[in-house]
Design a protein around this ligand. Structure first.
Ligand SMILES: [Ca+2]
Ligand SMILES: [Ca+2]
Length: 161
């Protein structure tokens, strides 16, 4: 199925069943993704995503994980925040802000470990510290890292020209 789209005068016109992502965002499956250009705390990363009509990314399966890792590699970002947190109930990670259950995980061995009882936010770590494995870790939400926003096709998908 073709996934081309036309952008004319700022309006999107879908060709076949596709839609347009905002400029600077990358379409993959039923969502658009954007890597934040600056390092932020998990909270500020979530806020920045929300300003742009999205949330910190959830990861539903291995294929989506691999896609986000490819974004990280292409932009030379070794660590990015995801939308997962166990801030609400320690040890029970959900996808914020909706509280969706996490069904797929890709944690590093020994993670999540809630180190010093202070780690409540999820990230993908592809740094040499984790042997460039691009696996998940819980970290202190106040730490500053790049982050990945995800915008679902809730509204734009219906704007067929
Ligand atoms: Ca925790
Ligand atoms: Ca940890």
């Amino acid at each position: 199925m073709s996934q081309q789209c036309l952008q004319i005068l700022g309006l999107c016109f879908a060709v076949t069943v596709a839609w347009c992502c905002p400029y600077g965002w990358i379409k993959h499956g039923p969502a658009c993704y954007h890597l934040g250009p600056e390092e932020e705390s998990w909270f500020d990363g979530m806020k920045m995503c929300q300003i742009h009509g999205s949330v910190l990314a959830s990861v539903e399966n291995q294929e989506e994980h691999n896609f986000i890792v490819s974004l990280m590699r292409n932009t030379h970002k070794s660590i990015v925040w995801l939308g997962g947190s166990d801030w609400n109930v320690e040890g029970s990670f959900v996808w914020e802000p909706y509280g969706d259950q996490i069904t797929y995980t890709n944690f590093s061995p020994g993670e999540p470990n809630d180190y010093k009882n202070s780690e409540d936010c999820l990230l993908i770590d592809g740094s040499s510290h984790k042997n460039s494995t691009f696996t998940w870790d819980d970290r202190n939400c106040q730490d500053s890292h790049f982050y990945v926003c995800k915008q679902m096709d809730d509204i734009t998908g219906n704007l067929i020209g």
